[in-house]
Design a protein around this ligand. Structure first.
Ligand code: ATP
Ligand code: MG
Length: 433
């Protein structure tokens, strides 16, 4: 992709309306534009990252045996009245009337709709377990939408729902999702910390929150430092769930079960939440199956959410410096920035074109900065948008057959020949696209 024909409207100044760094950087890097409070348009660079995150989430869901469906954003109020949540949800729910005066709503979540789909088709224990997911926009009329896409009103969520015959089987489904979540966040280069979460009204329920570590995160986490050491190949959910971990208000220094040496305190951002809630919705919405004795029983359910659009901001909170974003390779909008500092110089243009063609023909996604603008703007824009590798082509170096290869993650720059730069880039193992 050529920068000059693409659409990345970068901004030099920090936008006044953005309080936190990820929001500032997303606006400055031309990733999003606010449409109204808590509602955003995704510009090309932002959309590319959103899609990469969505791809990793989907892939791990599929690998864990979940099945993708797509439910609508607009739902009828009927099922919500049945489940008793139409009143309970309060002002966070956006309610709409259609032209015939029917009560509709913009879905804040999908327990009701999925339970209705399930009960329409599945009537025997032989068809269990089932785990259905979708990736769809949600709307919650948050009291205070803020921090850009981190707390929006309209946001993209992956949510899935498990259906099992017994509580015991439900725990297996729960742990499968727990493991899939850890893998998902590790693939994005993040460090996930799982915490036992408050479960609400029904006793015996089980819930975990997934936070990712970021110095600028909103929550303070207190946890066993071994929770950070996770090998994606040998994830053991029972073991991870046995570690001590608590958020700010729930940590009690006096009664902490682990030693000071073992306790770590870091900042985090919530990106996922999983929940086992038994037969709460299946009973209200008639999701019964026959068990092996022919008896009708309500299915046990769990629900599992990942904030896909929130993750775009959360990843920036975890990976940035004072110049801009530093994308982990698996979610980067492009892998390589090819920066021609002297577009009017014949040798620079020739070398840039050769490299652009070679990189384009590989598995790498390259952004060729061929814009007619100052060297300063080119360099600062590229640091701002945070593509992991930069190849910088300048007139003086090129006379000695040299280009600069910069690694944006650690800002190290090497002066090497164009051939060496190409070989280095083409040898990178990029597993996630
Ligand atoms: P919070 O406590 O942050 O409001 P929640 O408990 O309401 O979160 P869930 O209903 O469990 O969130 O939703 C699952 C995931 O969806 C959350 O972990 C988060 O990543 C994401 N999410 C929830 N609300 C928002 C929002 N307003 N904007 C962006 N993402 C959100
Ligand atoms: Mg909420």
């Amino acid at each position: 992709m050529k920068f000059s024909s693409f659409f990345i409207p970068t901004l030099k100044n920090i936008p006044a309306e953005a309080e936190i760094i990820s929001h500032q950087l997303m606006i400055r890097a031309g990733m999003i534009k606010q449409a109204s409070a808590g509602i955003y348009s995704w510009l090309p660079l932002g959309l590319k990252v959103l899609k990469k995150i969505e791809h990793i989430v989907r892939d791990e869901q599929n690998k864990a045996g979940a099945i993708e469906v797509l439910m609508p954003t607009i739902q009828s109020a009927d099922l919500w009245i049945k489940s008793g949540r139409y009143e309970d949800y309060g002002k966070e729910m956006l309610r709409i009337q259609d032209r015939s005066g029917r009560e509709m709503l913009y879905g804040p979540t999908n327990e009701e709709l999925i339970t209705d789909i399930f009960q329409s088709y599945i009537t025997s224990y032989k068809d269990l377990p089932k785990n259905l997911y979708h990736i769809q926009w949600k709307f919650r009329d948050e009291v205070r939408p803020r921090f850009g896409v981190m707390r929006g009103r309209e946001f993209l969520m992956k949510d899935n729902y498990s259906f099992d015959l017994t509580e015991e089987d439900s725990k297996i489904s729960y742990n499968k999702m727990f493991t899939a979540y850890i893998k998902t966040f590790l693939r994005m280069g993040l460090t996930p910390i799982s915490l036992r979460a408050e479960t609400g009204s029904i006793g015996g329920n089980l819930s975990h929150e997934f936070q990712i570590l970021a110095k600028t995160g909103e929550s303070t986490l207190y946890y066993d430092k071994d929770l950070e050491k996770i090998d994606p190949e040998t994830i053991n959910p029972d073991k991870l769930q046995s570690y001590y971990a608590a958020v700010d208000g729930l940590h009690d220094e006096k009664n902490c079960p682990i030693s000071k040496e073992q306790l770590k305190i870091s900042k985090g951002i919530e990106v996922g939440h999983i929940f086992y809630f038994g037969t709460k919705y299946s009973e209200k919405l008639s999701a019964f199956v026959q068990n092996n004795k022919g008896k009708k029983t309500a299915v046990h359910m769990g629900s599992y959410g990942i904030g896909i659009s929130r993750l775009v901001g959360a990843i920036i909170e975890a990976f940035h410096d004072d110049k801009g974003i530093k994308w982990p390779i698996s979610v980067a909008p492009f892998h390589v920035s090819l920066i021609n500092l002297m577009i009017d110089d014949k040798a620079c243009a020739k070398m840039s074109n050769i490299m652009y063609e070679k990189i384009s023909n590989s598995k790498l996604d390259v952004l060729y900065d061929d814009r007619d603008c100052s060297i300063g703007k080119k360099l600062s824009d590229n640091d701002l948008i945070g593509i992991p590798y930069q190849v910088i082509i300048g007139k003086r170096d090129l006379k000695d057959n040299i280009v600069q290869l910069k690694n944006r993650l650690n800002n190290e720059t090497k002066k090497i020949s164009p051939e060496e730069a190409l070989n280095f880039l083409l040898e990178q193992t990029l597993t996630d696209f």
